[in-house]
Design a protein around this ligand. Structure first.
Ligand SMILES: [Zn+2]
Length: 86
């Protein structure tokens, strides 16, 4: 996943947070490790996820975002990149 598609993914999640499975409130390190151990697939590319992230949606509450390390890197980059005006 490249940065533009990661930006697209973040926009999609912001618009449709219910696409992601609901996460428990107050999930911490052990919950994230457990989530990865459950063997979910990367939302970006469909490979086995190696990272679990909580996305706190203002409308839908905490949601799981499962990513492989490569897509997680892209998503972090996309999140850090200021949006360019269209
Ligand atoms: Zn991936």
């Amino acid at each position: 996943m490249n940065t533009p598609s990661a930006v697209g993914l973040l926009h999609l999640i912001a618009a449709e947070p219910t696409l992601l499975p609901a996460a428990p409130h107050g999930a911490a390190g052990p919950d994230l490790t457990q989530r990865v151990g459950d063997g979910h697939l990367c939302l970006g590319c469909g490979k086995p996820a190696e990272a679990a992230v909580i996305v706190n949606s203002p409308i839908a509450g905490p949601r799981w975002l499962d990513l492989c390390s490569k897509c997680w890197f892209s998503v972090r980059r996309a999140n850090d990149t200021p949006e360019q005006p269209a």
